[in-house]
Design a binder for this molecule. Structure first.
Ligand SMILES: CC(C)(COP(=O)(O)OP(=O)(O)OC[C@H]1O[C@@H](n2cnc3c(N)ncnc32)[C@H](O)[C@@H]1OP(=O)(O)O)[C@@H](O)C(=O)NCCC(=O)NCCS
Length: 172
């Protein structure tokens, strides 16, 4: 299991628990019901127990205000559900969540990190590009506006956990 990792004053990154559902619904998924958020979170936590997935939250003032997950597909580990509550953006929390998931993926032996983005979402693409992700493939889907997702990939360092930290302006 991913340990509680203090990152910067003001927030910590830790594994999600079912008790985070109401705060995550309020801060990250306001268009969904608490019940739907709790149901999906519960499914994710069961997958996490089986070692197939990691779900992390960032906590500020005792409340989960951001979350992200990592799904393991053999040597490829996919980051998804990355959301930071609007009032907490641009403090490095998104980058810290990606870095923590990269460490987890490295520990689990994954070779490649993958993340999907809407091709026209220039700001998010710029963030991922700064973190070392490069375009891999584009697929047509029916679950996002625009109907396409661009998957970006980044090689995971083989030097071991802790070597995958990201910094603003580039990836290690
Ligand atoms: C994308 C997101 C997770 C970034 O989280 P974050 O905590 O702000 O990320 P960081 O502080 O580590 O990095 C901020 C960078 O993210 C980028 N960014 C992307 N979308 C942004 C947004 N809506 N607001 C602010 N920054 C955004 C910017 O390039 C910014 O860099 P800058 O500060 O140099 O301008 C967050 O903006 C978010 O939750 N957006 C809505 C959900 C979403 O689009 N998720 C990604 C799906 S692929």
């Amino acid at each position: 299991m991913v340990p509680r990792v203090p990152r910067e004053p003001g927030y910590i990154i830790r594994p999600a628990t079912l008790a985070d559902a109401p705060a995550l619904q309020r801060h990250c998924f306001p268009t969904q019901s608490v019940e739907d958020v709790a149901n999906y979170l519960g499914w994710c936590l069961r997958q996490a127990e089986k070692g197939r997935l990691a779900r992390l939250v960032a906590e500020v003032g005792g409340e989960a205000i951001a979350n992200a997950q990592l799904t393991l597909h053999g040597e490829v580990a996919e980051i998804g559900s990355l959301v930071v509550a609007e009032g907490h953006r641009r403090r490095g929390i998104g980058t810290a969540l990606i870095a923590a998931l990269a460490d987890f993926a490295c520990e689990r032996g994954a070779q490649v990190l993958e993340i999907g983005v809407r091709p026209d979402d220039g700001r998010v693409r710029a963030l991922y590009t700064r973190l070392g992700f490069v375009p891999h493939r584009q697929v047509e889907v029916n679950f996002v506006p625009g109907g396409r997702v661009l998957y970006l990939r980044r090689t995971i360092s083989t030097e071991g956990a802790g070597s995958t930290h990201f910094t603003r302006g580039g990836a290690s």
